[in-house]
Design a binder for this molecule. Structure first.
Ligand code: DNO
Ligand code: MN
Length: 373
């Protein structure tokens, strides 16, 4: 297993590589070119520059005795253009053009030493929360999902409000640029059901997996977050049956999962530990974090420790350790601690402290099991 830490890049993240270097156990920086739009090909120059930023130990650190560099083996994410999910031309891009650029990007990433590429196939939006700074009783804040708020949400009206300049409504994946396209996307999704989504996804896999095999780079799909349909748009990576079907779309071991146990557990009917055990040999990357159900579909993110929430993070790490898992893991989101939400305002879920604590907890379980305790 290799422990990773997501980093949004120089000037784009409140956390620095030097700070991450002080978190024991981190080997892999999970990165992306966050300015790239879905459907665009990434240039070799930009890829190489970012990889070298991550993998070079600065001179001061070398002088202090740092010998081991981070690797840049995991990318999260190369986003899949809506035309691919819809199986038709949308926003001026055909799916074949978008796929061609995806293939080129994979080849270039492989050339730079990347081993795993994460993505998701959620329609229109990535993960959804209703409060990014929800206060917890201990004074920290966490990402929070209130089903009641979502039930009353009309994306079309939110799009209008955000485009008219209401910044408070901007959630992850709800950037004004994307919301500007909402009417066109909503109309396109009106004709696409779950079956069509699976067929379009299979078409994509057939087109990209041969490149993955040739260049030995593995694809890892992140489950839907939350794992159920939203706003009437079809989600197809939500349940255990979905994961099995997704994997059966293409038998190549280069097509696998970025099993996010926090996202998956947001549906109380899902059993993340069971999914880890079932799909172990196709899990290339995993996010281990905890959430707590509050009833009626509402949940909050909590600390990584198993007893803090409803995800059996101990059982999950033990399952990975017992299987001798050789893939990548990261703590995913954390709470915002010690006033970091008011002082340096990290990206929601991506502060320094709680992810560092989470890593120590996860590695503690891993080390104990591996030591035969
Ligand atoms: C949520 C996060 C996601 C993830 C993307 C992968 O749990 O891990 O934002 O990065 O969905 O494409
Ligand atoms: Mn995740």
């Amino acid at each position: 297993m290799k422990m990773g830490f997501r980093w949004y890049g120089e000037g784009n993240d409140t956390v620095s590589l030097d700070q991450i270097r002080q978190v024991p156990g981190v080997e892999t920086i999970v990165w992306s070119l966050h300015h790239k739009q879905a459907g665009e090909a990434w240039s070799q120059e930009e890829i190489d520059a970012e990889v070298s930023r991550i993998t070079t130990v600065p001179a001061e650190a070398r002088e202090r005795g740092v010998t081991k560099a981070f690797d840049a083996e995991v990318v999260e994410s190369v986003n899949v253009h809506e035309s691919i999910k819809l199986g038709r031309t949308v926003l001026g891009t055909s799916r074949d053009e978008a796929i061609e650029n995806y293939v080129v990007t994979l080849e270039r990433l492989a050339r730079a030493g990347v081993k795993v590429v994460t993505y998701n196939v959620m329609p229109v939006f990535d993960w959804l929360r209703t409060d990014l700074w929800h206060p917890l009783p201990d004074g920290s804040t966490a990402l929070f999902y209130d089903q009641g708020v979502v039930d009353g949400m009309d994306p079309a009206r939110i799009a209008e409000a955000v485009l008219a300049g209401a910044p408070d409504l901007t959630l992850p994946g709800w950037e004004p640029e994307r919301l500007a396209h909402l009417p066109e996307l909503a109309a396109a999704y009106a004709d696409v059901d779950h079956e069509a989504m699976y067929a379009n996804y299979a078409y994509f896999l057939d087109a990209v997996v041969p490149t993955c095999e040739e260049h030995d780079i593995r694809l890892a799909v992140h489950p839907d977050d939350p794992p159920f349909d939203l706003f009437g748009w079809p989600r197809i990576v939500s349940t255990k049956d979905d994961l099995a079907r997704v994997l059966s779309l293409n038998d190549s071991p280069h097509h696998g999962l970025a099993l996010c146990v926090g996202s998956f557990s947001a549906n109380p009917a899902n059993d993340a530990l069971d999914a880890v055990r079932t799909f172990m040999d196709r899990i290339h990357f995993t996010h281990v974090r905890n959430i707590k159900h509050l009833g009626g579909g509402t949940f909050t993110e909590v600390a990584h420790r198993a007893c803090e929430g409803d995800v059996d993070t101990v059982g999950i790490m033990r399952a990975y350790a017992e299987a001798g898992y050789t893939g990548y893991v990261r703590p995913d989101h954390g709470r915002h601690l010690w006033d970091e939400n008011t002082t340096n305002r990290p990206r929601p879920g991506y502060g320094l402290y709680d992810r560092a604590l989470g890593i120590q907890y996860l590695l503690g379980v891993w080390d104990a099991v591996r030591a035969g305790a």
